[in-house]
Design a protein around this ligand. Structure first.
Ligand code: CAA
Length: 283
């Protein structure tokens, strides 16, 4: 099934990155967010992302200009009715996601695929009661979406085989490595990554090693492109703590639970790069 126009709901870091990926792949993109300021900020992120690609010689000016011209950004969710697939990237909370999926079911034609970029919630729970759970999949992009090659394509118990095949093909056609996975807590990457980041925090507390030294150890001893603390700051400590909590609730495995130190940092507003301070100071 040809996807054509892509809808993206939520223009924060992930939504803007996903919209950029789809524009670069040649899709027309209709992107929406609730407030005009959020729409403007999202468009700014997408334009800055495209400009960065031009500056790095990865896109020509012409291609970037054409990509920008394929973007419509709006507060009017009715515009999403033109999309063959709508990718949701709003707040990581079940109730607003469920409400959004129910409203997308009203706005979108019956064959539109609805996808969630959730990183730690159950895709089945998001899809339940939306009116078309058999056309709902998880499409989990990684941060920063234009740079990270992976998309986890999440299969629920009730998804149509054709819909799932279309979602896999769509992700692959974006130039991504599309890895199918079951709708289990944390899917594949976060199930493995989240406990490691939590272990890094606990190791820092137990051994007295600094974030810098643990990061250097993992970069030069394990070949990570960035160490666990730099990565946690990039992801956002609030996002990481929230995902940890959700996966812990799903699996009840001790290592998934957010460490107390992480929670204290979140409460203090030390959220990582976006706040100017997390494990590192970016000011
Ligand atoms: N568009 C275009 N460029 C972008 C961009 C965007 N949206 N976002 C960032 N960039 C830019 C950066 O600003 C940077 O520019 P400068 O070099 O001018 O500073 C540049 O891209 C970095 O690109 P490089 O090709 O030089 O890449 P790098 O070798 O520095 O690697 C990296 C960067 C890909 C982020 C690498 O460090 C990496 O792979 N880190 C690990 C990231 C990771 O693990 N992410 C997953 C997080 S977990 C998650 O997302 C799941 C979840 O559910 C929470």
């Amino acid at each position: 099934m040809a996807i054509g126009t892509v809808g993206v709901v939520g223009l924060g870091t992930m939504g803007a990155g996903i919209a950029q990926v789809c524009l670069e792949a040649g899709h027309v993109v209709v992107a929406s967010d609730a407030a005009p300021e959020a729409v403007a900020a999202g468009v700014g992120r997408i334009e800055a992302g495209l400009a960065k690609r031009v500056a790095k010689g990865l896109l020509t000016d012409e291609v970037a200009t054409a990509a920008r011209a394929r973007l419509t950004a709006t507060t009017d969710s009715a515009a999403l009715g033109a999309a063959g697939i709508v990718i949701e990237a709003i707040v990581e909370e079940l109730a607003p996601k469920r409400a959004l999926f129910a409203s997308l079911h009203e706005v979108c034609p019956a064959d539109t695929i609805l996808a969630t970029n959730t990183s730690a919630l159950s895709v089945s729970a998001i899809a339940a009661g939306c009116g078309r759970p058999e056309r709902v999949v998880g499409l989990h992009f990684f941060n920063p979406a234009p740079l990270m090659r992976l998309v986890e394509v999440v299969r629920t118990e009730v998804v149509d085989a054709d819909v799932f095949a279309s979602a896999l093909a769509f992700a692959a056609a974006l130039g991504k490595e599309a890895v199918p996975c079951a709708d289990t807590p944390g899917f594949l990457v976060n199930r493995l990554l989240i406990p490691i980041l939590n272990d890094a925090i606990r190791a820092m507390e137990e051994t007295g090693a600094s974030p810098e030294d643990i990061d250097r150890a993992m970069r030069f001893g394990a070949g990570w492109p960035m160490g666990p603390f730099a990565l946690a700051d990039l992801v956002g400590l609030d996002v990481h703590a929230h995902a940890s909590e959700a996966i812990w609730r799903g699996l009840r495995e001790e290592r998934m639970a957010p460490p107390a130190r992480l929670q204290r940092m979140v409460e203090a507003g030390l959220l990582g790069r976006k706040a100017g301070r997390g494990f590192y100071d970016y000011s």
